[in-house]
Design a protein around this ligand. Structure first.
Ligand code: CUA
Length: 355
């Protein structure tokens, strides 16, 4: 019985692995399903190096197994003595030249793309009117959330990055407290955000995110930054240029966001009393706030970057933020009445700029 089971141990393990790993292929999250020029170029490098590695492994294994069988004692006899050779110029040449060749095949495209993808000179370019030619987003990573400022438009948002499709978007990356790392797996490789310098790179978003599950790409913090590092998620909405321009226009007008529920008025008042010191509700402004900007909160996909976007989660979060993101800087507002909490949640859910 045990023997019969043992026979299936390896195939069962493979099947379990396949099942677990198949979860890694989601379009909104996977490096292996690139959705932009940068991600595609990096993916191609990944495939090239993996193929060459695979080729080396196959050749080595084949030679090894062939030698094992060909030179077995049972085949050659007990008294067989191998030829006494002092060396082989032919073999030495092959095992020196082939690795050099393989490394060259890997090195040339790697160096080329390292320089190409690191080239941010176009960032400063302006058109005839003096406007920047490319969109630049200033990203600030904080414990444990993300701030996105669009200096050209004088607007700021948090937790959900909004970008146009089909063009280079440049990023200035920095951190406000400790080192984090900005990563949108489906769009391109990660880059650190540091406290003492600006890191710059560009990404291209080729696919509108509305077709995806939840309508967004997933972004992550990729540098161990504290107890809530794994919860430091953000989302990315990619819109075509026209929709993006409309979004910018409505973001400039968030002073007058109207919530349509009655309790939202009470919520606005309660929010003004307890929350506004850290959380702005107008998108017009610059980065540097103590807490995430709330201007588009009603349009977002998550509470605190990763919880389901529900009223219940907003209330729970306000009452005890440490329970959901240990180590974050928001104190608990457990003295607020149930009515106030309810009203604040209604008010926040009403803060929208999208239809
Ligand atoms: Cu921020 Cu990990």
């Amino acid at each position: 019985m045990m023997k019969g089971l043992k026979k299936w141990r390896f195939p069962a393990m493979l099947a379990a692995l396949a099942l677990v790993l198949s979860g890694c292929g989601e379009e909104y999250l996977s490096t292996l399903r690139p959705a932009g020029e940068v991600g595609q170029e990096q993916f191609n490098l990944l495939i090239l190096t993996s193929l060459i590695m695979l080729l080396v492994i196959i050749v080595v294994v084949v030679i090894y197994v062939a030698a094992l069988f060909k030179f077995r004692r049972s085949k050659l006899g007990e008294d067989h003595m191998p030829d006494d050779v002092e060396g082989s110029h032919k073999l030495e040449f092959i095992w020196t030249a082939v690795p050099i060749l393989l490394l060259l095949i890997i090195a040339i495209p790697t160096v080329y793309y390292t320089y190409k993808l690191g080239d941010v000179s176009a960032m400063e370019k302006t058109n005839d009117d003096g406007d920047p030619e490319h969109l630049v987003v200033d990203v600030t990573a904080k414990l444990y959330w993300w701030e996105f400022e669009y200096p050209e438009y004088g607007i700021v948002t948090a937790q959900e990055l909004v970008v146009p499709t089909g063009e280079k978007v440049f990023f200035n990356l920095k951190a406000a407290d400790v080192k984090h790392s900005f990563w949108i797996p489906a769009i391109g490789g990660k880059m650190d955000t540091n406290v003492d310098n600006l890191n710059k790179f560009y990404l291209v978003f080729d696919k509108e995110s509305k077709d995806l599950k939840d309508g967004v790409f997933y972004g992550k913090c990729a540098e161990l930054c504290g107890p809530s590092h794994a919860l430091m998620d953000f989302k990315v909405k990619t819109l075509n240029r026209d929709d993006f321009d409309n979004w910018v226009a409505s973001m400039k007008d968030t002073e007058n966001q109207v919530a349509d529920k009655d309790s939202a008025d009470a919520g606005e008042a309660a929010f003004a009393q307890s929350c506004i010191g850290c959380h702005a509700t107008s998108a017009v402004g610059a980065s540097g706030a103590a807490g995430p900007n709330m201007a588009t909160f009603g349009d977002r996909n998550r509470v605190a970057g990763y919880l389901d976007h529900s009223k219940e989660n907003i209330v729970n979060w306000i009452q005890d933020p440490q329970k959901y993101k240990p180590g974050n800087l928001m104190p608990a507002f457990d003295s607020l009445s149930d009515e106030d909490l309810d009203a604040i949640a209604d008010y926040l859910l009403g803060l929208k700029v999208e239809e």
